[in-house]
Write a protein of this length. Structure first.
Length: 614
C-alpha cells in the first residue's frame, strides 16, 4: 500500500522525507519519489521505479535543498510501476505537485473531460487526473489552492489521502483524506505528515489523526487549520502518542499475518469498490465488458495456480460451474505446464496468483498462450509478470501481503472469482434474476460479517492453547467447505510445522479414518448448508474414535454443539459465500497455534513470499 510523508519547517526536508519513506517500506511498494521547493522557489520532483535506495542514488547529483517537501512510495493501482507513473505528479504548468494514496474511481471520465479542454497528461495514473483537475479549476475560477482543492474533491468519487505543494505559495502543504488515513505531526515551528505515524514519531509525539473528509492546511508560522470540502472548520483533537516504531509498522499487531487477517473486511471492500454496486444491485467487471465475446463463447475454463491460490481456484470452479453452467478444470500450474494438455482457442485459462510472479503459474500462462487459449489473470501485485502476460484480468486490490502465509489474498481471489461468475452469468442469462440479486446483496454484506468473525479472535486464541502439542491435524469439509479445509490445513502446516491434511469429509472413511484416535484433532467445517446432515454423521464417526473435534457451525446451531468439543459460530450467509467467512477462523487458529509454539509466523522456515523458481 502506498505511503505518504511530508515536512514543512526550518530543517532540510530531504533527509526527513527519505527517512520517513524508509519507515513506510514495510507497507510494500514498487516506486518512490520526492518533491521539494528550494529557496529560489523551484519545485523539484524526483522519482524512480524500485526501492527508496534507488531514489537516493538517482538524486545524488540533483538539487535536494528546501525546507518543505512531500514524498511517496507507490503500490501501483492504475498504470504499471514506472518512474513516469510514480508520485509526485506535476500539474500541467508544473506549479503544483501531488502525492496520493487510494483510488479515484471516476478518473477516466474526469480525464476525458480535461483532455477535451486541452489538458495534457504525462502518466497513466488516476492521481495525475486529480492534480490536473485541481489546477484546471484553480485557473478557470481564479481560486486560491485550498478552494480549488475543495471544488475538485467535490467532483471526485473514490478514496484518497493526498498532499500538495504549490510553487507559487512555497510556505504551505495542503493535505486531504477520505477513506485513506493521514496523520499530521505538530512540532515546534514545523509540521510533519504521514500515511501513518511511523515517519513522525521520531520527531514529535503530538499528532492529529485527520478525520474522513478533512482538509489540513499546514502553513509555516500558523496553527494547523482543518476544514472540510464546504470550508466548515473541523475540530480534531491533538493527541499524544506513546508507541514504538515496530508496533506502528504492524499497525499495533504483533505480526503482519495477524494484521493482514484483520484487514480482510477493508480489503474485500476495496476489492468490490466500483465493481459491486449496492444501489443498482449489480456487479460489473471491466474485463467482462471488454472481453464479453471471448468469455461468453468459452467452451471451458481452466484455472491454473499454486498453493493457496489453487485453493481459491477450487472455490472458483464450484461457483463458475454453478452460476455460468460451463465446465471448469482446476490445475496445479506445475503439473499443467509439463503435461502437454489439450488446449484450444475456445478455452479460457484463468491464472490466479497473489504475487503475479510465481514461476510455474507464469510458465503455464505462456504455454497456454502459445496454444491459442485466451488468458485471464487474477493477481494482486499490479504490473507484475503474470498480469503483463495475460489478455485481460481483474486485480484483487487487497494491498501488499507481507506475511509469507497468504490470508487476505485468498479472500480477495475468492471475491474476484465470485464477481466474475456473477457478472458472466448475468450477461449469459444463466442465472435467475432473483438469485443474482440475492448473491450480490449478500456479497456486499460480507465485510461486516467478516468483522463479526474477527470478534472470535479471543476465543480462538484461548482454544488454540489446548492444541499446541498435537503432531497431526485433520481438516474436513464438503462442497464449498472442502477447499476451505485444504486451506486451513495448509495454513497450519506452513507456520506451525504441524502435519495437517485437508479432506472432503466423505472421503474420510476411504482411508484417513484409520488415523483417527484421541491424539488427532479434527477440524470440521460444518456450516448449515446442503450437506449439513451428512457432515454431522462424519462428526459422529470421528467422536466414536475419541478424537477432539473443533467444528465451525452456523450461528444458532443446536445440534453440533452437543457433539463437538469446541464450536466456532459463524454468521449465516449464502452457501457459495461461506468460504469468505469460514476461512478466517482457520487462519486465526493456525496463527495462534504457531505463536504458542514460538514459531516465526511472518517468515516460516523454507518458505518464500514469491516463488520465482520452479
Ligand atoms: C500459502 C502461500 C503459497 C502461495 C503460492 C502461490 O500461504 O502463500 O502457497 O499461495 O506460492 O503464490 P502466488 O499466489 O503468489 O502465485
Amino acid at each position: 500500500m502506498c505511503g505518504i510523508v511530508g515536512y514543512i519547517g526550518k530543517k532540510g526536508a530531504y533527509n526527513i522525507l527519505i527517512k520517513g519513506l524508509k519507515r513506510l517500506e514495510y507497507r510494500g511498494y514498487d516506486s518512490a519519489g520526492v518533491a521539494m521547493i528550494n529557496s529560489n522557489g523551484a519545485l523539484n520532483v524526483y522519482k524512480t521505479k524500485g526501492k527508496v535506495c534507488e531514489l537516493e542514488n538517482y538524486v545524488k547529483d540533483k538539487d535536494i535543498t528546501g525546507n518543505i517537501g512531500i514524498a511517496h512510495t507507490r503500490w501501483a493501482t492504475h498504470g504499471e510501476p514506472s518512474s513516469q507513473n510514480a508520485h509526485p505528479h506535476y500539474s500541467e504548468s508544473r506549479n503544483l505537485a501531488i502525492i496520493h494514496n487510494g483510488i479515484i474511481e471516476n478518473y477516466a471520465d474526469l480525464k476525458k473531460k480535461l483532455q477535451e479542454k486541452g489538458v495534457h497528461f504525462r502518466s497513466d495514473t488516476d492521481t495525475e487526473v486529480l492534480v490536473q483537475l485541481i489546477e484546471y479549476i484553480q485557473l478557470q475560477k481564479k481560486l486560491d489552492l485550498l478552494t480549488a482543492v475543495q471544488y475538485a474533491l467535490r467532483e471526485v468519487i473514490g478514496a484518497y489521502a493526498i498532499a500538495l505543494l504549490d510553487k507559487t505559495n512555497p510556505n504551505q502543504i495542503i493535505a486531504a483524506r477520505k477513506q485513506s488515513p493521514l496523520v499530521v505531526g505538530i512540532g515546534k515551528d514545523e509540521f510533519f505528515l504521514g500515511s501513518d505515524a511511523s515517519p513522525i514519531v521520531e520527531y514529535t509525539d503530538k499528532v492529529v489523526y485527520l478525520e474522513d473528509g478533512a482538509i489540513a492546511v499546514m502553513r509555516l508560522g500558523e496553527e494547523l487549520k482543518i476544514v472540510n470540502i464546504l470550508n466548515h472548520k473541523m475540530d480534531t483533537p491533538v493527541q499524544t502518542i506513546d508507541i514504538n516504531l515496530g508496533q506502528i509498522e504492524k499497525g499495533g499487531f504483533p505480526h503482519f499475518m495477524l494484521k493482514e487477517i484483520f484487514e480482510q473486511p477493508e480489503c474485500i471492500t476495496n476489492c468490490m469498490r466500483g465493481r459491486v454496486n449496492t444501489s443498482a444491485n449489480n456487479v460489473t467487471l471491466s474485463a467482462v465488458i471488454d472481453y464479453k465475446k471471448q468469455l461468453v463463447n468459452a467452451k471451458r475454463f481452466i484455472i491454473v495456480a499454486c498453493g493457496t491460490s489453487w485453493h481459491a481456484g477450487l472455490i472458483g470452479k464450484q461457483i463458475l460451474e454453478s452460476l455460468c453452467r460451463k465446465p471448469v478444470d482446476v490445475e496445479y500450474a506445475s503439473e499443467f505446464r509439463y503435461r502437454n494438455p489439450v488446449l484450444t482457442k475456445d478455452d479460457v485459462v484463468i491464472a490466479i496468483s497473489q504475487s503475479g510472479e510465481t514461476a510455474d503459474t507464469l510458465a503455464a500462462v505462456n504455454m497456454a498462450k502459445e496454444k491459442g487459449a485466451f488468458i485471464y489473470g487474477i493477481c494482486n501485485a499490479i504490473g507484475s509478470s503474470i498480469p503483463r502476460s495475460t489478455d485481460t484480468g481483474s486485480y484483487i486490490h487487497v494491498g501488499p501481503e507481507i506475511g509469507v502465509a497468504s490470508t487476505k489474498a485468498f479472500t480477495g481471489q475468492v471475491t474476484v472469482l465470485t464477481m466474475l461468475a456473477l457478472a458472466l452469468a448475468n450477461v449469459m442469462g444463466t442465472i435467475e434474476e432473483k438469485k443474482y440479486l440475492e448473491i450480490v446483496k449478500e456479497l456486499s454484506l460480507i465485510p461486516d460479517k467478516m468483522k463479526e468473525v474477527l470478534n472470535l479472535n479471543d476465543k480462538i486464541e484461548s482454544l488454540s492453547r489446548a492444541f499446541t502439542y498435537a503432531h497431526n491435524f485433520l481438516y474436513l469439509g464438503r462442497g464449498f467447505s472442502y477447499p476451505v479445509a485444504l486451506e486451513g490445513a495448509l495454513k497450519l502446516k506452513e507456520i506451525s510445522y504441524i502435519h495437517a491434511e485437508g479432506y472432503p469429509a466423505a472421503e474420510m472413511k476411504h482411508g484417513p479414518i484409520a488415523l483417527i484416535d484421541s491424539d488427532m484433532p479434527v477440524v470440521v467445517v460444518a456450516t448449515h448448508n446442503a450437506l449439513y446432515e451428512k457432515v454431522i454423521s462424519n462428526i459422529q464417526e470421528i467422536k466414536a474414535r475419541n478424537a477432539r473435534v473443533i467444528a465451525l457451525v452456523t450461528k444458532g446451531d443446536k445440534t453440533i454443539s452437543k457433539i463437538a468439543d469446541q464450536v466456532i459460530e459463524l454468521p449465516a450467509t449464502i452457501e457459495c459465500l461461506e468460504p469468505l467467512l469460514s476461512t478466517i477462523p482457520l487462519q486465526l487458529l493456525a496463527y495462534h497455534i504457531a505463536v504458542c509454539k514460538g514459531k516465526n509466523v511472518d517468515q516460516p522456515r523454507n518458505l518464500a513470499k514469491s516463488v520465482t523458481v520452479e
